[in-house]
Design a protein around this ligand. Structure first.
Ligand SMILES: Cc1cc2nc3c(=O)[nH]c(=O)nc-3n(C[C@H](O)[C@H](O)[C@H](O)COP(=O)(O)OP(=O)(O)OC[C@H]3O[C@@H](n4cnc5c(N)ncnc54)[C@H](O)[C@@H]3O)c2cc1C
Length: 295
């Protein structure tokens, strides 16, 4: 019988497994499928993870004070996790939060949250922005906050690997399987426990279950008696392959991550489903090298 069974071995679950095993009294297991080697219709896989990639923006700057405080605490732990696991995942290249005009409600919230959570930023007006980031085509009245420390990007696959390495060293059992259903059972001493049944028919008993199954939570009978208060919405993600040897790309080598919220630049081509909106938002990552050598 485990004290805790964490279901979903992505970024949140793997991190939870490391935290839960910090106390040696806790018998913990982490269950989730590893990333499929191939993504094709024929592999019978219906559950994926949001971390199957080489880069995710990490930042303390936010419109939300709680986010900012929690992010700062998490990011400050990255180097320690890297050193203890021997796995590098954090690139502290900084992050820009940009909006349009001095009245940008997005930037007002970002600045206010930064002050309340002691996140250090540098303010850029349109002229300074263009001078430093001439390779980004943004509206003429752009304003921005640049966070140079505790911000940049992580390699999410490597973060998961690092968290699981440490969790495993601390005694966590890692099980590569999909959970099919969870039931409450009565033990012989009259106490309750949870029975976790996997797609392959394996049963695992635990005193407590933590669900960290992300967007795929409703794909199995994990909590059949609950109707989830969330919906899956489409997001457009562009993975552009670039020639890193050009002068423009060389300039972008040391670029921070970039988040913009505001009216679009007149030259930006908008997808049909956002056409006509007054405001748009976008995330841009600096050029990142993929394992196959492409950038
Ligand atoms: C394209 C893209 C770009 C993004 N960019 C950013 C960014 O720049 N910055 C940022 O902060 N965030 C970004 N995000 C969001 C970020 O990746 C997610 O918030 C984060 O990965 C969520 O972590 P998670 O552990 O909750 O979910 P996941 O990483 O999806 O992990 C959930 C895990 O649960 C497993 N699982 C699901 N169902 C079951 C089951 N029945 N049994 C067992 N296991 C199960 C899945 O296999 C998966 O491994 C992006 C997401 C995407 C998709």
């Amino acid at each position: 019988m485990y004290d805790l069974c964490i279901i979903g071995a992505g970024m949140i679950g793997s991190s939870a497994a490391r935290h839960a095993t910090l106390s040696s009294n806790n018998k913990v297991c982490l269950i989730g499928p590893s990333e499929p080697k191939e993504r094709s219709k024929g592999n019978n896989c219906d559950i994926y993870g949001a971390y199957y990639d080489e880069a995710r923006i990490t930042r303390s700057c936010s419109t939300d004070v709680i986010w900012a405080k929690l992010a700062l605490e998490s990011i400050r732990r990255y180097r320690d996790i890297e050193n203890k696991s021997g796995i590098k995942f954090y690139h502290e290249v900084g992050n820009i939060m940009a909006g349009a005009g001095s009245n940008s409600s997005f930037l007002k919230s970002v600045r206010s949250a930064a002050i309340q959570s002691n996140v250090e930023t540098e303010s850029f007006d349109a002229e300074m922005f263009r001078k430093h980031f001439s390779y980004l085509k943004v509206p003429d009245n752009v304003q921005a906050e640049l966070e140079t420390t505790n911000a940049g990007f992580i390699n999410p696959r490597k973060l998961v690997e690092a968290e699981q390495t440490l969790a495993s060293q601390q005694g966590c059992t890692i099980i590569d399987n999909v959970v099919h259903k969870i039931e409450r059972i009565v033990c012989s001493d009259g106490t309750y426990a949870m029975k976790v049944v996997t797609d392959s028919g394996r049963c695992i008993n635990a005193r407590k279950v933590l669900l960290t199954t992300g967007a795929f939570t409703s794909f199995r009978q994990l909590v059949p008696y609950l109707k989830f208060d969330f919906q899956i919405i489409p997001r457009l993600v562009i993975l552009a392959e670039v020639d890193f040897s050009t002068d423009a790309m060389k300039q972008m080598r040391s670029m921070p991550c970039f988040i913009y919220e505001g009216p679009p630049h007149k030259d930006w081509k908008m997808m049909d489903y956002v056409k006509g909106r007054q405001e748009t938002s976008l995330y841009i990552m600096p050029p990142v090298k993929y394992p196959d050598g492409t950038v």
